[in-house]
Design a protein around this ligand. Sequence first.
Ligand SMILES: [Fe+2]
Ligand SMILES: [Fe+2]
Length: 484
Amino acid sequence: MAENPAKPETTGTNGKQLQKLATDFLIRFYIVFKILKLYAENNELIQEQTELLWQTLQALKEETEEISFKIKRESIFFNQSRIKFSLSNYPIFKFLLEEFRKRDIGLLSISPDISKESLLKAVAIICHKRTSDSPFEDLMAELDQQEVRGLNLEKLEIAERLPSPQKSSARLFFLSILHLHEISERNKENETIRLNTTRRLIQSIFNHLVDNESFLLGLTTIKNHDEYTLNHSVNVSLLAVALGKRLGLTRAELVDLGLAAFFHDLGKIDIPLEILNKPGQLTEAERKIMELHPHQGAEKLVHLRDFRRLPVSAIHVAMEHHIKEDLTGYPKYRLKSDVNLYSRIVKVCDFFDAITTKRVYRKKTFTRAEALSLMLENIGTEFNPVILKSFVQMMGIFPVGSVVLLNSGELALVVESNQEIKYLMRPRVKIIVDTQGQKIDGPEVDLIEVDLETGQYKRTIVKEIDPEDYDLQVPDYFLVQAAD
Ligand SMILES: [Fe+2]
Ligand SMILES: [Fe+2]
């Protein structure tokens, strides 16, 4: 079996510290960049902020000799590791990504001995707007002319400049999270929620899904732990639309379903974070509060000013997504037929996304395949059989986003399920760890490929593995490499 690859530097305490410092550096860089647009370099505010940027650089220097930021698709990498954004700093990253891209900057590396003056000059030169056809060359010429030392730039590769459907799917995914974030804020302030925007987002999700189901399902491996409910709601919405499509719902119905799924946990806004994120078991009283969220969600939806634009099924879904097929769960319903079809669809997607996400109160996080097998054990009692079977078939035995060990000794990521029943065990995979245990940017291969000489399959899955055991960051592959 492949050996455990060496831990990359973003894990462990030192890695976390580096991530934090690199993030701080980018935020400081952004601030200096922004105010340089308003003031001259000798302005006091700029001097002050440059000092802070400089200090962050000194702190980084103490942790690592290499200081480089690389643009790769929708992400910024510090040295070899993708910088993880949170909702609060995502707009800053997005701004920097776009500004770097406009100037064709693919890599910015800073030598540890750069002077403070050079650093400020460099930011100022990068900050200049360039309208020529060769912004990168102009930028380099100016850095040279002004004798800026200690800074190295590399040009963005052509492939990185082209938009791709995956890029826009990923953007859509994050836009949805931001939108839901705004909705929760507005809800707290009792402001009007723009349901039209929500509807448009779900319609685009539907359009992307038609062309690119595997990729969108891959995006649901992204788990943002700081903003669990938001991220979770978007994932559930994506899964529900994909599942609804398989169940034969029309386009209009799918948009309603997507909207309903998007808002299923709206009632959680009012639950105190101490309860929502409590590491241990909830007390009886806390559990009661928690179980109020379906009611509270339904009530919130009814009170939306834009209520008429919302499908009635959204209220059902908010109310009913914790009711099991045998009518246990909460709240209590007496008749099975009262439970809406959309609620049953959302229940399956909700459960799957929840148990595959690491949470402080959950002792075990399930891999994607383990989650399906656990769910199948409860077919008919907890989940509607027809819906669950469709879901399992959509995800495949090894769902998109699972990591598997192959009989070749390689580790691979499932990127597309094979829909033919006899090939369910043979999805399309991307090799990510070679036989030596080295992480690689390997090829995508189809597991139905047969070796012509021996007549045997070239590769076969031995078992699914937990990506955490190997420090593999599954979402990165979808965000970073999917645009190949
Ligand atoms: Fe819920
Ligand atoms: Fe949920």
